[in-house]
Design a protein around this ligand. Structure first.
Ligand SMILES: [Zn+2]
Length: 530
């Protein structure tokens, strides 16, 4: 078969965030978008401006972020019934989102139209056509998501085709067939995609699958084999109910089966991308996730290890390094590729003896519970320390935190009080500062900040932007630990630092200290460039 390049459309930041327990700050969303752009995803759906003010904020921010390849899409519905497109509030918000691409969804069967929209099948067709036209007139590339398409098609094939015809004739660039409930079996899905393809020989079709039958990836791949030119999904398959089709697995599958992606996606960074999204979403990674899970290339049994050492292909379906993963053996751990790649970014070659030393150090820290995917500040400090560089700007003499709860007052009336004292040595001089804060970590941050800015006034610019805590369950003979990830902002630059300890205050302290040290390093290097 001829293999047309496939556009990859990511909806992690919209459909993905509808999953239970999922939330990302606007800054986290921007960071995810940057990463997707770096890997050359074609489309990044940023949110639904009509449903969520936080999404509007994202669209304002992302306009000022220079993306090298990806196109940002805003998502919304067709116009309301019996409302002209130009006076439809939702369409207006989509235009105001100021993205090059707008994706709108519409209904696919008379049943859905009657039940959900309470209007006529004819009006639904006009709603689709008017909305696509209107957005096109405003210079948007329009993608049409046919919601519940496979269910609609099975209820009334001809009408389902008519809805697509309306979108197509009005100028939609892609017609995306959605298995919104995730309940379509793959032979049925493939047959419907084939039928639609015959009805629209010149059109570009897409697939948007959910994983309710465990077929998210399988259904997407089935549609690819039927010739669709766009796949929609989310990183790590996060999303409503059991989730969306997993784009990490899909892009790896496309690579493996030699289906070109339009942007020629950098699959060697897939593990890195997957880890970033887990970390930002504060979710534990699935070690058994295809391609990128820590167990995906782990060989334990003696026979397997023996065989893999002779020839990895005996027990591996693909080279782990191709997707940024690494082979694990119970007896010895030989690689460390993902980190070696990160080190190359810091000017350390894979062959350097130092690289090996650093990778060993990272592995040891990871075993203790550290994760560096979202903590590039800590990673760089570690590399510099290995090079013999001293990056710390002060020495701790002591810190102390204190939380007081008074029973006769309410929390809001100051009944809960957090205070911290920090005593440090900076440039040979001893400085002591005390601060009150919202909680002991905030008090520590304020006290340390006060102590440091007396000597380094430029650090006043540093902002603590986000703070995440994860409990690391106890493993063999160790007590449970906490990992604290701090995201800091310095001017326009954001970076993460990480700290791990059995005590949450100490873990936070470590991440805080690294944040200040790293900020100082950034200021110093930008001054020396200027
Ligand atoms: Zn969906």
């Amino acid at each position: 078969m001829t293999k047309t390049p496939i556009a990859i459309y990511d909806t992690t930041l919209r459909d993905g965030l509808q999953g239970s327990g999922m939330s990302l700050s606007v800054e986290d969303k921007v960071q995810t978008a940057r990463k997707l752009d770096e890997l050359r995803f074609d489309y990044i759906e940023g949110g639904w401006p009509g449903s969520n003010p936080k999404d509007i904020e994202f669209f304002q921010k992302i306009q000022h972020v220079p993306l090298s390849y990806a196109r940002v899409a805003a998502f919304g519905s067709t116009r309301k019934k019996e409302t002209p497109a130009e006076s439809d509030a939702n369409l207006r918000l989509l235009i105001e989102a100021n993205t090059p691409v707008v994706t709108i969804f519409g209904k696919s069967s008379p049943f859905q139209v009657a039940e959900a929209l309470q209007t006529t099948p004819e009006e639904n067709l006009r709603m689709i056509s008017d909305s696509v036209k209107f957005l096109g007139q405003h210079g948007k590339e329009v993608i049409y998501d046919a919601e519940h398409f496979f269910d609609g098609f099975q209820q009334d094939r001809d009408y389902a085709i008519c809805t697509l015809r309306s979108a197509h004739a009005a100028g939609a660039r892609y017609l995306v067939l959605c298995d919104t409930n995730g309940g379509t079996d793959f032979p049925v899905l493939a047959e419907i995609v084939r039928d639609v393809g015959q009805q629209f020989p010149g059109a570009k079709l897409g697939i948007h699958a959910h994983n309710d039958m465990g077929y998210g990836v399988a259904n997407s791949m089935a549609a690819v084999y039927e010739g669709v030119q766009m796949v929609q999904g989310t990183i790590n398959g996060i999303g409503e109910r059991v989730g969306n089709a997993n784009l990490v697995t899909i892009t790896a599958n496309l690579f493996k089966n030699e289906f070109p992606t339009k942007g020629n996606i950098d699959v060697a960074q897939l593990k890195n991308l997957s880890g970033l999204v887990y970390e930002l979403a504060n979710l534990p990674p699935d070690i058994r996730q295809p391609y990128v899970g820590d167990a995906a290339f782990a060989h334990k049994g003696g026979v397997h290890v023996d065989a893999v050492l002779k020839n990895p292909r005996l027990y591996e379906h693909i080279d782990p390094e191709a997707v940024g993963n690494r082979r694990h053996f119970l007896i010895s751990d030989l690689a460390g590729t993902a980190h070696v790649q990160a080190l190359e970014g810091l000017g350390i070659k894979k062959k350097d003896a130092l690289a090996r030393e650093i990778v060993e150090k990272i592995k040891k820290l990871e075993h203790e519970g550290y994760v560096f995917e979202a903590a590039e500040g800590s990673l760089e400090l570690l590399v510099r320390a290995a090079r013999g560089e001293d990056t710390s700007i002060f020495d701790l003499i002591e810190y102390r935190t204190d939380v007081t709860r008074k029973s006769d007052t309410r929390k809001s009336e100051g009944g809960l009080e957090s205070c911290a004292i920090v005593r440090i040595r900076v440039n040979g001089e001893e400085v002591t500062q005390m601060a009150y804060g919202d909680g002991p970590v905030n008090a520590l941050d304020l006290a340390l900040r006060a102590a440091l800015t007396s000597k380094y006034p430029e650090l006043a610019e540093l902002r603590l932007d986000d703070y995440k805590v994860r409990i690391i369950p106890e493993q063999r003979g160790t007590a449970a630990k906490v990992r604290v990830l701090i995201e800091s902002k310095l001017g326009g630059r954001r970076f993460g630092t990480v700290g791990v300890d059995e005590n949450i205050v100490e873990a936070s302290w470590r991440a805080l200290v690294e944040s200040f040290n790293y900020a100082h390093l950034l200021i110093r290097s930008s001054n020396s460039r200027a």
